[in-house]
Write a protein that binds this ligand. Structure first.
Ligand code: GLU
Length: 481
């Protein structure tokens, strides 16, 4: 099914892709999938000083990693480009000149200093700052004079009195008194189009039908609607979604921990987990089900079901989803992902028995809510990283455990090499000879054999370690003081 629905994600490439922006991209992507429409990626790089190629690359990489793929975008796909605003300047200039010719925009020569003192003065009087219209009715002579002095004007949009009303798919009817807007800039003095102008021209020429973006743009929308009107164009449908808040209910920022998609990837979150998590921030599936495949999400998704209340970021929930997806991941992929953390910890994985590595990964899978947590457990399996934790030492040196520890060592020394992949015959012997059961045996064994107080199931660890390595560790444990 194809429809004429066309949506876009339009990031400014001034940094890494934030999870808030990724969520906006996701909502657009899901809506396009659901409606059989097209999802367009447009790079809003008119802020030349802050935009970088590296950010563009990182944004594309992170969207691809999440599986948020576009039909048209700056990587050479699509017929409605270019998809970078810095390559669309002649188009903006043309429309700005037309509007100027029609008297709908005017040249303003006010200095940044004047604007700043105007702002301060208005604030001091308890007013919302806005341009006071000083240059609204300059004569042609005044304009020529200032231009001949080398002054370079900005172009301001002439905002007439009236109401701007639109139906927002999430918030319902929104109305703004244009008096509060002030004559806003559409072209800066360096000739660069301002966001509110470039955005309208691009959305129109790219035939965007629905603009889905964060609430932080709500105040831009009436301005953009005025530009649509001035150009004689029909505005798209708007849907503004609330932004993600931190647990303290302030806008999610670095203070609350990781915010960039790439940080989550590096920490060891799976893309399907992050995607599932992001869609749940502000959307509930009709069935109430929380764990959903991308196909299920597309099927159940609806823009109008997005909540008007701001969602609160919960790292705990994200980790819960991630541990679910880690357990569901097939072993081949899991091993590939985990081995990069092994390598980072200095383990020469290429020279090792691949089967052994795969067994370790399969075992650790149950204990991880984030892939990078494997680092805590590597010492269990690799002697070069083995050490006793402080907690384990406390258990091992405790006088009431010494005898049982010696007994365990004796049992092992008399035990023929383990067969099969179960440690249970050995555990039964430990129980029999020490007379201990449950926690009082298992905590001691875990401390002595793995050096840690937590980790994967002991019964599965024992055969992977083998008799000699366990004996060595128990001897080391008995030497602790
Ligand atoms: N470049 C704007 C931003 O990153 C896009 C806003 C919009 O979607 O219109 O916030």
């Amino acid at each position: 099914m194809t429809s004429n629905v066309r949506v876009r994600f339009a990031p400014a490439p001034t940094g890494l892709l934030h999870i808030g922006n990724a969520r906006t991209a996701l909502f657009n992507h899901l809506f396009a999938r659901k409606e059989g429409g097209a999802f367009i990626l447009r790079i809003e790089d008119t802020d030349v000083e802050r935009s970088t190629e590296a950010s563009i690359e990182a944004i594309l990489r992170d969207l691809r990693w999440l599986g948020i793929l576009w039909e048209e975008g700056p990587d050479g796909v699509g017929q409605n480009g270019p998809y970078r605003q810095s390559e669309r300047l002649p188009l903006y200039r043309e429309y700005a000149e037309n509007l100027f010719g029609e008297g709908k925009v005017y040249k303003c020569f006010c200095s940044p200093e004047r604007l700043e003192s105007l702002r301060k003065e208005q604030l001091a009087r308890g007013m919302m700052p806005k341009y006071d219209g000083k240059c609204r009715s300059l004569s042609q002579r005044e304009i020529s004079e200032m231009e001949s002095e080398g002054l370079r004007p900005v172009l301001r949009f002439r905002v007439d009195r009236g109401m701007v009303v639109f139906e927002d798919l999430i918030h319902g009817r929104m109305s703004f008194d244009s008096d509060g807007l002030g004559d806003f800039i559409i072209v800066r003095s360096d000739g660069m189009a301002a966001y509110n102008f470039a955005c309208v021209i691009d959305d129109h020429s790219m035939r965007i039908t629905h603009v889905i973006r964060g609430d932080d743009h709500l105040s831009n929308t009436p301005r953009q609607i005025l530009v649509y009107r001035a150009l004689g164009w029909q505005p798209p449908v708007f849907a503004h979604h609330p932004l993600i808040l931190g647990p303290d209910r302030s806008p999610l920022s670095k203070r609350h921990g990781a915010t960039a998609v790439s940080q989550y990837r590096e920490e060891g979150f799976l893309p399907e987990a992050l995607l599932n998590y992001l869609v749940l921030l502000g959307w509930t599936s009709p069935s109430g089900e929380e764990i959903l495949t991308p196909e299920e999400i597309v099927k159940a998704f609806s823009l109008t079901a997005l909540s008007r209340n701001a969602p609160i970021h919960s790292r705990k929930k994200l980790e819960w989803l991630n541990s679910h997806y880690i357990r569901k991941t097939d072993n081949g992929r899991l091993v590939r992902l985990l081995l990069s953390y092994f390598e980072k910890a200095g383990i020469p994985v290429k020279q090792m028995d691949q089967e052994y590595l795969a067994q370790i990964c399969g075992l650790l899978k149950e204990n991880l809510s984030i892939l990078s947590q494997v680092e805590e457990y590597l010492g269990i399996f690799f002697d070069a990283l083995f050490s006793f934790s402080e907690e384990a030492k406390a258990v091992l040196i405790s006088p009431e455990n010494r005898e049982a520890l010696q007994t365990i060592l004796n049992v092992l020394e008399g035990f023929s090499e383990m067969e099969g992949d179960s440690g249970s015959p050995l555990l039964v012997r430990f129980e029999g000879r020490t007379g201990r059961k449950g926690k009082s045996l298992y905590a001691l064994l875990r401390a002595g054999i793995t050096g840690k107080m937590k980790g994967p199931e002991l019964v599965k660890i024992l055969p992977l370690l083998g008799k000699d390595r366990m004996i060595n560790r128990l001897k080391m444990a008995l030497e602790l003081s």
